[in-house]
Design a binder for this molecule. Structure first.
Ligand code: CMC
Length: 426
């Protein structure tokens, strides 16, 4: 499609021409930015199922084929060959780093590591019942208080990069501190001699396991970005008000928490465990998922964009057997998950609706094998997603996009007069 093409819409006897453009892979868009001014119409697209909110150069998904690329690199190649730090660099700085750039990147992260002592005091003061995702969002907001100069992160590039490096550098410590707070364990300090993922494992468990470090690095890569999903769109939406980076990321954490989004990884494990305790009858749960009168959904299945196998799930599934084998772990939930998958993929309900396993279906089995508790799974998702959120926020800033402010169609009462309380009918 040439960028000079147009889309014609007819309203009554008038014809309007909308400019049209296409993306790298010929994904077509009609630009409706002048539609309201020129026609008096807005578009109605509940859940944004047909709306592109930005022109991005970070991540591409072909949901029909089931492919995912970051800046052109297929996710399978990144998962198999790159390190998480290289992928972070790719997302943020647009290129895979040279060795010298990677060293400089590591130094920048090291220079920004170290959580303020008050963050630990804050975590201690929170109620025991708070979900780890609640803790994460509190910590993200609190960090803005320890770095008030970040109010300028929208306007000032130096402050912006400082906040970016600080967030990335501190995410392992934040995740580990949340875990240790929820387990009532003493905190472990950051060790500048360790690499990024080993540091995390050390702060979590007080020890480093090579198999665990490699598996975790891969899982973090697989979660690093996923274009305009609910939490990323939230980061961009909130960021478009020019609030500081910490607050924008806190908003993304809250969006990710939900069971239809990142919270699904926790729900999957709880579902698999419930099926195991119920005798392992996968057919029963497939039937429940198909029953419209039953609120049960097959968690870890289905996706707004993928109408094919989620490529991240494909990679994770491949790693499940390898990691469990290397860690000498036998997990009965693996067989239940595989049984559910094969039952679903041969059932017309799932086939007709193009419902396949998504990233959350198998990831929890690996987290569990690494000793990560189920209620921390979504924090692990956030840990991996952080460079994506930040890169998307940075892109929004670089494009200087306007404040996000959708329209609505008002369907309520028309203008009427106020009735004094004594005259209102009960
Ligand atoms: N189990 C049973 N039925 C399902 C499922 C499921 N997991 N997912 C979708 N459907 C059915 C749904 O009932 C609907 O059926 P019908 O056409 O008869 O009304 C049809 O499939 C289309 O579903 P939808 O809810 O309209 O699709 P959506 O694009 O709005 O929602 C989704 C996508 C991911 C929210 C949904 O598939 C879902 O709830 N999945 C389970 C939760 C989950 O695994 N979320 C993680 C998503 S991937 C990672 C992430 O974003 O964090």
């Amino acid at each position: 499609m040439a960028n000079t093409d147009t889309v014609e819409i007819k309203i009554g006897d008038k014809t309007f021409l909308l400019p049209a453009f296409a993306g790298t892979y010929d994904e077509k868009a009609a630009d409706i930015s002048k539609l309201l001014a020129e026609t008096g119409f807005v578009t109605y697209d509940i859940g944004y199922k047909n709306t592109a909110t930005t022109r991005s150069t970070i991540t591409f998904i072909d949901g029909d084929v089931g492919t995912l690329e970051h800046r052109g690199y297929p996710i399978e190649q990144l998962a198999d060959q790159a390190s998480y730090l290289e992928v972070m660099h790719l997302l943020l700085h647009e290129t895979l780093p040279t060795q010298a750039q990677l060293e400089a990147f590591k130094e920048a992260l090291n220079a920004h590591a170290g959580l303020p002592a008050g963050i630990y005091t804050l975590l201690d003061a929170l109620p025991d019942e708070i979900h780890p995702m609640g803790m994460l969002s509190v910590v993200m907001n609190a960090l803005s208080g320890y770095h008030p100069e970040a109010e300028d992160s929208w306007a000032n590039p130096e402050v912006r990069w400082d906040a970016i490096y600080r967030l990335l550098a501190n995410m392992p410590a934040i995740t580990a501190a949340i875990y240790r707070r929820s387990q009532k364990l003493p905190y472990v300090a950051y060790d500048p001699s360790l690499d990024y993922v080993s540091n995390f494992l050390n702060m979590m468990f007080g020890k480093i396991d090579k198999v665990a470090a490699e598996a975790l690095d891969t899982l973090l890569i697989l979660h690093a970005d996923h274009e305009q999903n609910c939490s990323t769109s939230t980061v961009r939406m909130v960021g478009s008000s020019h609030v500081n980076l910490y607050a924008s990321i806190a908003a993304g954490c809250n969006a990710l928490w939900g069971p239809l989004h990142g919270g699904a990884n926790q729900e999957v494990l709880e579902m698999l465990e419930a099926i195991r305790l119920d005798g392992g009858d996968t057919e029963k749960y497939i039937a429940k998922a198909k029953d419209k009168a039953d609120p049960f959904r097959l968690m870890g299945f289905g996706h707004r964009v993928y109408k094919n196998y989620d490529p991240r799930a494909r990679v994770i599934k491949k790693y499940v057997d390898k990691v469990l084998d290397e860690l000498h772990i036998e997990d009965p939930l693996v067989e239940i998950a595989k049984g559910l998958e094969s039952a679903a993929l041969s059932d017309s309900y799932f086939v007709d609706r193009k419902l396949f396993p998504n990233v959350d279906f198998y990831s929890g089995i690996i987290y569990r094998a690494l000793g990560i508790p189920v209620n921390l799974f979504t924090v692990m998702f956030a840990f991996g997603r952080l460079p994506g959120w930040i890169s998307q926020w940075k892109e929004l800033r670089e494009h200087n996009e306007p404040i996000n402010r959708p329209r609505q169609i008002y369907m309520g009462e028309a203008t009427r007069d106020y009735t004094p309380i004594a005259q209102r009918e009960s």
